[in-house]
Write a new protein. Structure first.
Length: 172
């Protein structure tokens, strides 16, 4: 079983992926971690590396390559682009209003709500530009997802239970 989970920052993707990995014995592949590792290898902040990625397509190509390589059987792959590049049995997208996501990010990163909103806006704008420029893809097009969950409405356990129900109905 291969599952992709995508969503904007603070939507709950990492929480869901960790729970899926633990429950089903899946390997968790995280595009954001790959991005962070690549930034650290170059001695750059995430913001600097994001700006570099806007003009250097090879960065996204390397992230894609690593995700595809890792997406073998019994894997959950997390990232906003994963559903577009990884063949999966189930493709999940998590949504939540920006203010909810900012609150979660502020709590997790121990920053102000204003700083969290600024980080979200900056990351989303950078990614939106890159994905349109390099792939001609709009993340607002959710037509390829099998399951879309508004994480404002359910806690982490509820989101997991909804996803679990979808998995069990499919009977992998």
């Amino acid at each position: 079983m291969i599952i992709t989970v995508g969503g904007y920052p603070g939507s709950g993707t990492t929480t869901l992926c960790r729970k899926l990995a633990t429950t089903y014995g899946l390997t968790h592949v995280y595009a954001g971690q790959i991005f962070r590792e690549m930034a650290a290898q170059r001695g750059m902040t995430l913001e600097e590396f994001g700006e570099t990625a806007e003009s250097n397509e090879s960065i996204d190509q390397e992230i894609d390559r690593r995700q595809k390589e890792a997406a073998v059987d019994n894997t959950v792959v997390e990232g906003r682009m994963t559903a577009f590049i990884v063949e999966a049995d189930l493709k999940v997208w998590l949504v939540a209003p920006q203010e909810v996501r900012a609150q979660r990010l502020a709590t997790r990163e121990e920053v102000s709500i204003e700083e969290a909103v600024a980080e979200i806006v900056e990351r989303e704008e950078s990614e939106r530009k890159r994905y349109k420029k390099y792939y001609d893809i709009s993340l607002e097009d959710l037509s390829l997802y099998d399951l879309i969950i508004n994480t404002e409405l359910w806690d982490a356990e509820g989101v997991f239970e909804i996803t679990k129900a979808a998995i069990e109905v499919r009977k992998w």
